[in-house]
Every structure is written in structure tokens, then in C-alpha cells.
Write a protein that binds this ligand. Structure first.
Ligand SMILES: Cc1ncc(COP(=O)(O)O)c(C=O)c1O
Length: 389
């Protein structure tokens, strides 16, 4: 029986043992310690964000981002339907409602349709945008750099600024991706809106086991993020709290892992790009299959690879191919079930969703771990060739 090839698993080949051992040896295992500070500083160095606040995971980071912006009950937040559910749930955590948008060819939010929605379906009065249909305020949008693909957000950013809609970037999957076109030239995903959120979950390009980071260039947002993620202490000695805070701080052990992983990020991105090209050269020659392009206006971190299936030509649909790959010990995964169809969100507004259905039906993510070998990639390609009817 051939060995199992997983979809995306961590690669721990740097200073992880050494840094974690140091935490254990020095007994700095909790939320204070040099690695938490170092991790935050290293993220600022990489992304050029002015402020970074480490937290327990990416979902907590998104929750806090919406709190800081002041999203509350009776507000609405624009979100993409095609994404992991976490940013949508974050909207619910602050008792607001999502409005779902379609996706584009790169699986990220369709910015053209979103602009159309803002211009035609909202009105701007007293310094805020309101949904004409519901009458509710729309203080924020969450864009998601899905699979490491930077969102084509150039124009949308300025419309949001004009309409006083704050931009939260869910950069959970896109650490290391940056724009290579003006006016965002050399800007990292996570730093172009008002607040960016990263995830260091085990399946991401680098991991803390579990972990997240809030980044911003706004001093007050940075201060508030630190305050809210550390129980909102107004007097640390006497335990005075003027607001409801959260126990969302990352531990030193997790941060130690994060620091060691971050040291290897550039190497990992290079490996991921090489493997992407290795796959792409051969998959694009299989009739009915192709590997989705990444945006040309950014340098991507190539987190997950998207296999596109033309069922007519290939002779198998997504589910059949998923099953066939698994029978051959290869893990693959469809993109997330669309959020506007998930049970908690079925009654929420959605706007002209078309492309997302197509992308869902025709896409499978295929193995992309940093430590996948070229032999394993060859085997995936061979199985894909054999799968054609
Ligand atoms: C797009 C997206 N947003 C948010 C998250 C949430 O991050 P976490 O798992 O660290 O809470 C993830 C991944 O897990 C994600 O893929």
C-alpha cells in the first residue's frame, strides 16, 4: 500500500525545539515572556505594520478587530460567501449580520460587484453607510485573502474610505503575500486596510500550533487590541476593569514556535512556489484538469493549490475525484461550503452570487505541505492522469 499524502501539515525543521526548550527551561510558559514580544516585533518587521498584537487564534483576532471598529448589534458587515466560516462567525460574535458577496476567478471577494453593491444598494448619510434594504448601518467589510491570493482591492479601498466603511483584512491564509502593483506596491496583505488578522493554525504555511495576530497602523486600534485581548485591565495591580475584556493572549510557548516558523517563511514560500509550478506544468496537460492561476498583481505565498475540474472533459466530478484520490491514499478537499447557504446564515442578505457556486463545484485543494517530496507530487499527478475516464 502506498503512503498517505496529507493535504497540508506543518514542517518543523528550524529552531522550534530550541526555542520551546528555552521556554520550558526558564519556566516562561504563559502569556508573558520574550517570545511573545519577539513574535510581534518579527511580524512588524516582515509586514511593516506599525503595531502587532499576538492572540490565541485568528478567529479571536477577527472578533477583536470588529470590536475595536465598534461594530455592534443592528450593524451589518460585508463579507465574501466563499471563505472559511470564521470571519462570518466573528460578525455574529458582535451581534451584527453578514451581507454575502460573490467571489472572483481567484476565489477572493468580487470587488467589482461589491463596489456596485455599495454604490447602488447603500446610501451615505451623516457620515455612515446604510443598507437601503434593511436600513442598517454598514460600518465594516471583511475581505479575505483566500488561499494566500491577495484580493484585487485597489478600487474598493478608496470607495470604502469615501463611504466610511472600515476594511478588516482576514489574512489568516496569506502571511507573506504582498502586492507588486501601484498604488499598493510592496504592501503586505494585512496592512492595506484598517486592521489585519493572521492565523497560525496547524494547517497554515507557518504555525504556532494555534495562534493569531492583529496588525494595524493605527495607534489607537493597536492600543485597544492589546487592552481587549488581555482582559481589559485598567489597573493591573488592583484589578480595575472599565470594559469587558477577553483572555485572548498568545502564550510564550506558542510564540516561540511562531518565531522559529517565521524565520523559515521565505524558504517555505519559495518551496511552495516551486511545487506549484511543478504541479501546474503537468496538470495543465491533463485533459479536463488545470491548476488555478494566482493573481498577477501580487507575490503570493501559494498556501493552498486549487485543482480545477472540467467534469465533461475529465469524466469525473469533484466528489468522484475526491473519492478516487482517497482510494489512492491522497487527501484532497473541496473549497468551503458557501457561507450564505450555511444554516445559521441562510436568512442573511446575499448579493448576486454566481461565480462562487461554479468555483465550489469545480475545485479541489490538493496536497501542498512544505515538506511534500517531488516523488509524492509525481504520484499525485500520476493518479490524476489515471483518474481520467
Ligand atoms: C480565512 C480564514 N479565516 C480565519 C481563520 C481562523 O483562524 P484560526 O483557526 O486561527 O482561528 C482561518 C483558519 O483557520 C481561515 O482560513
Amino acid at each position: 500500500m502506498s503512503e498517505f499524502i496529507p493535504l497540508s501539515v506543518p514542517s518543523l525543521q528550524g529552531n522550534e525545539w530550541q526555542y520551546i526548550k528555552e521556554c520550558l527551561d526558564t519556566e516562561w510558559v504563559s502569556t508573558a515572556g520574550k517570545y511573545v514580544d519577539k513574535f510581534e516585533n518579527s511580524i512588524c518587521d516582515l509586514t511593516q505594520a506599525k503595531y502587532a498584537v499576538a492572540c490565541v487564534n485568528g478567529t479571536a483576532a477577527l472578533h477583536i478587530a470588529l470590536k475595536i471598529i465598534g461594530v455592534t448589534s443592528d450593524d451589518e458587515v460585508i463579507v465574501p460567501t466563499l471563505t472559511f466560516i470564521s470571519p462570518i462567525n466573528a460578525v455574529k460574535y458582535v451581534n451584527a449580520s453578514p451581507i454575502f458577496m460573490d467571489c472572483d476567478e481567484y476565489y477572493t471577494i468580487d470587488c467589482e460587484k461589491t463596489i456596485e453593491f455599495i454604490l447602488t444598494e447603500t446610501e451615505f448619510k451623516n457620515g455612515a453607510s446604510y443598507n437601503k434594504r434593511s436600513g442598517k448601518r454598514i460600518p465594516a467589510i471583511i475581505i479575505v485573502h483566500v488561499f494566500g491570493n491577495a484580493v484585487n482591492v485597489f478600487e474598493l479601498l478608496s470607495i470604502c474610505r469615501e463611504r466610511n466603511i472600515r476594511v478588516v483584512e482576514d489574512s489568516a491564509e496569506s502571511i507573506g503575500s504582498y502586492y507588486i502593483q501601484e498604488p499598493l506596491l510592496n504592501k503586505y496583505t494585512g496592512t492595506i486596510g484598517d486592521i489585519g488578522c493572521y492565523s497560525f493554525n496547524g494547517n497554515k504555511i507557518i504555525t504556532c500550533g494555534g495562534g493569531g495576530m492583529i496588525v494595524t497602523n493605527d495607534e489607537e486600534y493597536g492600543r485597544k487590541a492589546r487592552y481587549l485581548t488581555t482582559q481589559a485591565k485598567d489597573d493591573e495591580v488592583r484589578y480595575i476593569h472599565h470594559e469587558v475584556g477577553y483572555n485572548y493572549r498568545l502564550t510564550n510557548i506558542q510564540a516561540a514556535l511562531g518565531v522559529a516558523q517565521l524565520e523559515q517563511l521565505q524558504k517555505y514560500i519559495t518551496i511552495k512556489k516551486t511545487n506549484y509550478l511543478l504541479y501546474k506544468n503537468q496538470i495543465d496537460n491533463i485533459e479536463g484538469l488545470s491548476l488555478a492561476e494566482v493573481p498577477q498583481f501580487a507575490n503570493s505565498n501559494y498556501w493552498l493549490y486549487c485543482l480545477r475540474i472540467d467534469q465533461e472533459e475529465y469524466g469525473k466530478n469533484r466528489e468522484e475525484l475526491l473519492k478516487f484520490l482517497l482510494e489512492n491514499q491522497i487527501q484532497s478537499r473541496p473549497v468551503w461550503y458557501l457561507n450564505h447557504m450555511q444554516r445559521p446564515y441562510q436568512k442573511c442578505q446575499n448579493y448576486k452570487i454566481e461565480q462562487a457556486y461554479i468555483q465550489l463545484e469545480r475545485t479541489l485543494n490538493i496536497p501542498c505541505s512544505v515538506n511534500i517530496t517531488s516523488r509524492q507530487i509525481e504520484r499525485v499527478i500520476e493518479v490524476l492522469q489515471n483518474g481520467k475516464k
